[in-house]
Design a protein around this ligand. Structure first.
Ligand code: FES
Length: 175
């Protein structure tokens, strides 16, 4: 049977909510929405927080926000694409988000970032010319206990070092 558009939408939302249940960053984002009493006119502030946590505004993140604020997804996508300070899904095949929140920073996140920049010759917000890796930064992703944390393709990874991060990128390059 062919799924209708409405069914497809429901499926995507379910997947987004499932994803959200296992990721602490969604909890932090929800607490932020609560602070604004889930007000629809706080959408820009909430998207800022989402980008701060995740580094960029992925599809399921936008769906999550639209569901929680009871706004049509088109409105949330519209705002996210209108303002240049929001970045949607990076172009790279892989994404590496370095947390630069205080706990990670004092444990050497700056060195991790510098090592990746030096190795891949890109800055945060950029993608390597071969489109393989996009580099992003985020502020406290809610994993301070395992600082410094780096998120590789959505997987929050504990206690990273410059060598481990460059090693992960080399693995992607070799694949
Ligand atoms: S500062 Fe990096 S997880 Fe909190």
């Amino acid at each position: 049977m062919i799924a209708t558009t409405a069914e497809k939408k429901q499926g995507r939302l379910r997947a987004a909510l499932d994803h959200a249940s296992g990721d602490k960053r969604f909890k932090i984002l929800e607490a932020h929405m609560k602070k604004f009493q889930y007000r629809q006119d706080a959408l820009i502030e909430i998207l800022h927080k989402a980008q701060e946590l995740f580094g960029f505004l992925e599809d399921d993140l936008l769906l999550f926000v639209s569901y929680k604020l009871k706004l049509p997804p088109s409105r949330v996508y519209g705002v996210a694409t209108f303002y240049h300070f929001f970045s949607l899904k990076p172009q790279g095949q892989h994404t590496c988000v370095v947390c630069l929140g205080t706990a990670c920073y004092v444990k050497g996140a700056d060195k991790i970032l510098a090592a990746i920049e030096g190795h891949s010759k890109i800055k945060p917000g950029e993608t390597t010319p071969d489109n393989r890796v996009s580099l992003l930064t985020a502020r406290c992703i809610g994993a301070c206990g395992i600082a410094p944390a780096v998120v590789y393709d959505g997987a929050v990874t504990p206690r990273q070092t410059a060598t481990a991060a460059v090693g992960q990128i080399q693995k992607w390059e070799a694949a």
